[in-house]
Ligand binder design. Structure first.
Ligand code: GLV
Length: 332
């Protein structure tokens, strides 16, 4: 049987079982990530692609997939895919929203607590044999409860972080292109401008997609507005922050610390970040709860199966390609 689907990286058996049930033959790449050249070669005969956020699916790759109908990303963010090129080529692109909201908010809160209360530093101290008994001033950190949390991007994940913060008695400020009156009512969140949010918050947490508009949203000037006692948390996308400017701000004591799950040039991390004790670094594991990651893989396969059977995939991010929509939009 000819493979109709290319899977760029190992995915869970539960998700593969779904493909098998439908009799869809696939080729799943295992081992080191495919190079662009390999990807272009392997995608040639595929009708569907299941890929991860670390696969760069640019115009050239899409053009190489001559029979390609769908790119199913196993992620909510899809900045790794040239969606405009996909639309021009009539290729559907899908993502995996909602299932990862709570897991990502959990990790975000983990970063807030870890960096403020110096949990990772404490772990390093204990392991290195440096714990010689309780001391009144050992590893004093910043407290989280009842502080001000500034959320940049109050979408699904931002709101889930806000709910956790509410439980910690935090005051919530937010900046978003859309005003969210129901969150304001429920959690007492206050809508402010980005500058005010940066100036007033004890913790600034980013929860917005990477787009040309949000790239380097936080640069030298914006980081300079934050309080020297404040922490920056990023579990969204690395390039939203100018990483070199962040390193400078941290080294100059303009910020108290940072909790980072994502990096500007992933998987590379700015070497200076590795040297700083007031920074907690995790390897893009925001959604990496077991159940969540399985759901994401299943959802990608469901999107793919829908597209291959001529149905509209539930999580289509470029609806302009959907033939019936195009047809309906045409006069007559
Ligand atoms: C993770 O970063 C995702 O976009 O799903």
């Amino acid at each position: 049987m000819k493979e109709r689907v290319l899977i760029t990286r190992k995915i869970f058996p539960e998700a593969l079982a779904l493909l098998k049930e439908q009799g869809i033959a696939y080729e799943m790449h295992e081992g080191p990530p495919l190079t662009k050249q390999e990807l272009r070669r392997r995608i040639e005969g595929a009708e569907g692609l299941i890929c991860l956020l670390s696969d760069r699916i640019d115009r050239e790759v899409l053009e190489a997939g001559r029979g390609l109908r769908i790119v199913a990303n196993v992620a909510v963010g899809y900045d790794n895919i040239d969606v405009q090129a996909a639309s021009e080529l009539g290729i559907m692109v899908t993502n995996t929203p909602e299932v990862l909201t709570e897991a990502t908010a959990d990790l975000t809160f983990g970063l807030i607590l870890a960096v403020a209360r110096r949990i990772v530093e404490g772990d390093r101290l204990v392991r290195s044999g440096g714990f010689h008994g309780w001391e009144l001033d050992l590893l004093l950190g910043a407290e989280v409860h009842h502080k001000i949390l500034g959320i940049v991007g109050l979408g699904r994940i931002g709101q889930a972080v806000a709910r956790r913060a509410h439980g910690f008695g935090m005051e919530i400020l937010y900046f978003d292109p859309i005003r969210r009156p129901e969150v304001e009512r429920e959690l007492g969140a206050r809508f402010v401008g980005l500058e005010e949010l940066l100036q007033r918050s004890d913790f600034v947490s980013l929860h917005l997609p990477l787009t040309p508009q949000t790239r380097h949203l936080l640069g030298k000037r914006e980081l300079g507005l934050m309080k020297p006692t404040a922490f920056l948390i990023n579990a969204a996308r690395g390039p939203i922050v100018d990483e070199a400017a962040l390193v400078e701000a941290l080294k100059a004591g303009k910020l108290a610390g940072a909790g980072l799950d994502v990096f500007e040039h992933e998987p590379n991390v700015h070497p200076e970040l590795l040297k700083l004790d007031n920074v907690v670094l995790t390897p893009h594991i925001g959604s990496a709860g077991r159940e969540t990651r399985v759901k994401m893989a299943l959802m990608a396969v469901e999107n793919l199966l829908a597209a291959l059977s001529g149905q509209r995939p539930p999580n289509l991010v470029n609806p302009e390609v959907w033939p019936s929509l195009v047809k309906r939009a045409r006069p007559g």
